[in-house]
Design a protein around this ligand. Structure first.
Ligand SMILES: NCc1[nH]cc(CCC(=O)O)c1CC(=O)O
Length: 316
């Protein structure tokens, strides 16, 4: 343990990552803590021209950051919650989740008249996410896609270079980067159920972080309602054993009668099959809820779909 009281916050260097890190710094400083941002380059940031599902290895965006958490060079790391694997390496945990932003996926374009449901015109949509591709195959089969990677700014540049007419992105990132005026359409949650954790910022720590510091950081950054929802979603993901390149989705919310409701599902890559389920449970057992929804989906055929997907992705 260092003896000064500045909280060192580790983050990737992209604009979105920095926005998230400064957001956490702001919450901590409002509570009277001093902060310092430590920018860290990861393997995933260096490899821009292959899709992440082809790089394959777990933690391409987190390994270097976790090394610095473990050594105590940084106290916490800040990530988009949805980028975090459902199981962290031994000794690491997510200690807080910030209040969730609007969770929807959106269409971003220079042409605001673009709409996914409009099959009368040809739209080429940029996305590299298997969840989004499978959802398009199922609900909007007339839409053509091209893979587009890189940070948000780079993706918009690629669109402006003519690689695609529009991009399919998470509202949260678009809003944080202040591209709201390019949002052509906010996609409905019943077809485009978002990825687990979408819209919330997660704070990661190592078990060697001083408990009093950890508790103070948690008090200032954690949003308890969001945390309950994310615990349900993340335990769903863990039981599904999906990994980030599998079209698995889940969205939890709190109900008026103080329960947590979870909708989870899996799609085949071609979108021909979808198994989707909704359940609710008392708020004190979000993880049990996540497990139960996952087990039931696996039992109802999700297991077979998952095996087929992993085979197609070359994972088994
Ligand atoms: N997959 C990358 C990623 N990770 C987090 C966000 C956006 C912010 C968020 O959902 O928290 C994005 C961009 C996107 O999917 O459009």
């Amino acid at each position: 343990m260092r003896n000064d009281d500045t909280i060192r916050i580790g983050t990737r260097k992209s604009k979105l990552a920095l926005w998230q890190a400064y957001h956490i710094a702001d919450l901590l400083e409002r509570g009277g803590l001093k902060t310092e941002i430590v920018k860290i380059e990861t393997k995933g940031d260096k490899i821009l021209d292959v899709t992440i599902s082809k790089i394959g290895s777990k933690g391409v965006f987190t390994e270097e950051i976790e090394d610095k958490l473990q050594s105590g060079e940084i106290d916490i790391a800040v990530h988009s919650a949805k980028d975090m694997q459902s199981e962290l390496p031994e000794g690491f945990e997510l200690i807080a989740f910030t209040e969730r932003e609007r969770v929807n996926d959106v269409i971003v374009s220079r042409d605001k008249s673009i709409s996914l449901a409009d099959s009368s015109r040809e739209i080429i949509l940029g996305t590299s996410s298997n969840r989004r591709l499978a959802t398009l195959n199922r609900y909007y089969p007339h839409i053509k896609t091209v893979p587009v990677r890189g940070n948000l700014q780079r993706r918009i540049e690629k669109m402006d270079e003519g690689q695609c007419d529009a991009l399919l992105l998470a509202f949260a990132g678009v809003h944080r980067m202040e591209y709201d005026d390019m949002i052509a359409e906010i996609l409905p949650l019943d077809t485009f159920t978002p990825a687990v954790g979408q819209g919330s910022v997660a704070v990661e720590a190592h078990a060697n972080l001083d408990p009093a510091r950890k508790e103070r950081i948690r008090e200032l950054t954690n949003h308890p309602e969001t945390e309950i929802c994310l615990l349900a979603e993340r335990s769903f993901l863990k039981t599904m054993q999906g990994g980030c390149s599998v079209p698995v989705y889940a969205l939890a919310s709190l109900t008026e009668d103080k329960e947590v409701k979870l909708t989870g599902g899996i799609l085949s890559l071609d979108g021909k099959e979808e198994i989707k389920l909704e359940k609710h449970m008392a708020q004190n057992s979000p993880e049990t809820l996540g497990n139960e929804v996952a087990y039931e989906i696996l039992e109802k055929g999700g297991d077979r779909i998952l095996t087929e997907i992993k085979k197609a992705l070359g994972r088994i």
